[in-house]
Design a protein around this ligand. Structure first.
Ligand code: PEP
Ligand code: MG
Length: 752
């Protein structure tokens, strides 16, 4: 049964269009269940009716014509109840309706299943039998599985159809608002890298083009390698990385290597990517058989060179982009590492089919002040190179809108810029509320920010420096020396103010291109401090690089992410002690001193609430990561657009936990800040102020606005409003706070 099921699903997925997919499904299902008829009715919600769209068993004349209104007949009944209806004698059911035109008179039994996608009824799948037959449980689950599979195919096809109907895509396509702002630019569709293991060998008649594409790819990889080597040689002396790049370069320039691939393309009449796969895999297997460590290491080099060629080939084949003009990046899944690859000067917006408001790519888009929409359903090929209007505040995109709509958006962009200029005028003013309370606003960063030194001096330091962003930019783990270079540059550019560097937080949706970890449940897996404690050399060298970088600057704080237990804190602290001692010994002979950094932990796993009193004596501060705390409190993947409607820090449980953490930490007399995205929004920040928090760290794009708002509010009044609410009806709380904010003429900042 399982094999049959798999075969049907495969044929549905492989079908070139919905009609063929449905035809395959009805024919194969009827056969597999030994039934006499299988049919699909699709919903037409505007007309509140179902239409028979495919059948093996009913009259073919009726297909496309027969209509059942919602609630009519057994099909209507399945749609209304949204449940499986299994009847041995359908004619005895009060909802049975005889439809003479479909030739249904001979069927007695009925098994109907709703086809539902994202809570929307799309249709009904029906199996019928001439004899009275009660379908058994395995038949039911078989057909339920198929209905679920069909649902996504139908939903996708409907979306495409919708676009065709609304010619020029004039209606907005809804997604998740992930980073505020609007932009108008051409779509640049990014296709994921081809993976050497997953290349399928494909034949071609156009050998000439494939050879040309391969030659271009060789040239481009060489250019990339030269640029990389130049960059490394400028920043440091010859090191392991530059040696590896030289080996790659030799391989790329090796005529016999290129000749082998060209020969494979021409003789076997295969695509260039297929030839790269065949030739490189053959080389890898020969070397791997050699056995020696040196030979094994070379296989890694070949794999890496092959991978570089594949990614160039994949790109050249489909695109020829000019990354000198503004673009809106569109991809199946925009990752943080992909975002950092596109030059910020041309990146005007981000559209990701997968992902949600607190995926790391969304956070990065906010920190770069680039509008973003996530979880939007569009066919990548259909938008490629088209002009898009992206509204990150509403979470919508428009494809090739007419000029009047474009002008309207260009006006919104001008107005927004004006508002930004207005709040920025107060950037240098002290952050004190109208009732005289001082609030500290620090910066979240992953790379150095585009700010003048004097502007930086009006920040209350850097509350979160995400070290993983630098790691994502490399093609292998950066060496200690390389890391020291990044950290020193960053600490220096913020000299005189505290900079909190967080140790490597990879895992979950933050992946390193050169360190692939396959996990079924990555958000609950090998993340943050769990991974670096298992690879202590990574943690030790990161600490040492940070400490060395801080010599003479003394502005370094260090914190660790994803902490779950006291043991993790003790282990991480012990390694920091070792790193400190090592660096101190090194620099002592040079007559230098080293300040021990303040050491903190992030509160992002709910278990922390219950061990605060045990952790507090071990650390200098706590930092609340509301992004992950929300994810783990509500057991909802922060980057999964399917469940994004459940992800919110405005859940009573999340708010009560935040209130409780604030209360406990103040009792313990410890220091705490909030560095999650919640504090960069006006509503979130206002609630956190009412809970007693006074230190925040946020993206640059939020700082001016948050400072502007805090300087106009009365914190004691906000605290009263929040205290009057029992944190049960959060909508009512938000409405009251909104009224208060509107009264100060600050309402427009709430949606920003
Ligand atoms: C958080 O989880 O709130 C946080 C600041 O860390 P990150 O978003 O990098 O996981
Ligand atoms: Mg986090």
């Amino acid at each position: 049964m399982l094999t049959l099921l798999r075969k049907i699903i495969e044929s549905v997925i492989a079908a070139p269009n919905l009609q063929d997919a449905m035809h395959n499904l009805v024919v194969k299902t009827k056969e597999s269940l030994n039934a006499d008829c299988c049919s699909i009715y699709l919903a037409e919600p505007n007309e509140k009716r179902f239409r028979l769209v495919s059948s093996d068993g009913l009259s073919q004349d009726a297909v496309g014509k027969t209509i059942l209104h919602y609630g009519d007949g057994l099909v209507g009944y399945v749609g209304k109840k949204l449940e499986v209806i299994n009847l041995a004698d359908a004619t005895a059911h009060p909802n049975f309706k005889y439809l003479p035109e479909v030739g249904e008179d001979c069927f007695r039994s009925f098994l109907g299943v709703p086809i539902v996608d994202q809570r929307q009824l799309l249709g009904v799948l029906v199996v019928q039998q001439k004899e009275p037959r009660k379908f058994d449980e395995s038949d039911e689950s078989f057909i339920v599985t198929l209905a679920a599979q069909l649902a996504s195919k139908v939903a996708h096809a409907q979306m495409l159809n919708q676009m065709k109907i609304e010619r020029c895509f004039s209606k907005p396509i809804k997604g998740i608002a992930a980073s505020n702002g609007q932009s108008v630019a051409r779509a640049f569709v990014w296709y994921p890298q081809l993976d050497l293991d997953h290349v399928v060998v494909t034949h071609t008649d156009d050998v000439f083009t494939q050879v040309e594409l391969f030659k271009q790819a060789i040239f481009q990889v060489q250019l990339d390698l030269d640029t990389l080597m130049l960059r490394i040689n400028q920043t440091s002396s010859k090191n392991e990385t530059s040696e590896i790049l030289e080996i790659y370069s030799m391989m790329i320039n090796d005529v016999s290597f290129s000749e082998k691939i060209v020969k494979a393309i021409s003789e076997q009449k295969i695509m260039a990517v297929s030839a790269v796969k065949i030739v490189c895999e053959e080389m890898i297997s020969k070397l791997a058989d050699g056995g020696s460590r040196y030979m094994q290491d070379r296989t890694v080099d070949i794999r890496d060179v092959a991978q570089r060629l594949l990614s160039k080939l994949a790109h050249n084949q489909a695109h020829n982009y000019d990354l000198n003009t503004p673009v809106i990046l569109v991809a199946e899944e925009v990752s943080a590492s992909l975002l950092v690859e596109i030059p910020t000067k041309v990146l005007k917006g981000v559209v990701s089919l997968k992902g949600s408001v607190n995926s790391h790519a969304a956070i990065m888009a906010r920190s770069l002040n680039i509008p973003a929409v996530m979880g939007v359903q569009i066919p990548l090929d259909a938008v490629d190179k088209k002009i898009l209007v992206l509204d990150g505040t509403k979470g919508e995109i428009l494809i090739e809108p007419d000029s009047a709509v474009r002008e309207e958006y260009e006006e919104i962009i001008r107005r927004r810029r004006h508002m930004q200029e207005m709040v920025e005028k107060e950037f240098c003013q002290p952050v004190v509320s109208t009732d005289g309370q001082r609030v500290w606003v620090a910066l979240n960063a992953g790379l150095d920010v585009d700010m003048k030194k004097e502007e930086k001096s009006f920040l209350d330091g850097v509350g979160l420096y995400r070290t993983e962003i630098q790691f994502m930019l490399q093609s292998s783990f950066p060496t200690e020396v390389e890391q020291q270079g990044f950290y020193a540059e960053f600490l220096r550019s913020f000299s005189g103010m505290p900079v909190c560097m967080r140790t490597l937080d990879v895992g979950g949706d933050k992946r390193l291109p050169y360190f692939k970890v396959e996990e079924i449940n990555p958000a609950l897996g090998w993340r943050g401090i769990r991974m670096t404690l298992d690879n202590q050399s990574i943690l030790l060298s990161q600490y040492k690089a940070m400490l060395r970088a801080s010599v003479g600057l003394d502005n370094l704080n260090i914190m660790i992410p994803m902490v779950t237990s006291v043991d993790e804190v003790m282990d991480a602290k012990r390694i920091l002690d070792d790193a400190y001692q090592e660096v101190l010994d090194e620099i002592k002979c040079e007559g230098k001193t080293l300040k021990y950094p303040k050491f903190g932990v992030m509160i992002e796993v709910p278990s922390m609430l219950f061990i605060l009193e045990d952790v507090a004596p071990l650390v200098d501060f706590f930092s609340i990561g509301t992004n992950d705390l929300t994810q783990y409190m509500l057991a909802v993947d922060r980057s999964n657009s399917r469940v994004s409607h459940i992800y919110t820090p405005y859940h009573p449980a999340v708010l009560r936990v935040l209130r409780e953490i604030g209360r406990k930490i103040s009792e313990l007399g410890s220091k705490v800040d909030v560095c999650g995205e919640m504090c960069g929004g006006v509503m979130g920040m206002v609630i956190l102020l009412a809970f007693g928090y006074r230190i925040f760290s946020m993206n640059l794009s939020s700082i001016a606005k948050i400072k502007y708002v805090i300087r106009r509010i009365d914190i004691s009044q906000i605290t009263r409003i929040v205290e009057e609410n029992d944190l049960k009806d959060i909508e009512a709380l938000k409405a009251r706070l909104s009224d208060y904010i509107s009264g100060l003429d600050l309402q427009r900042f709430v949606s920003e």
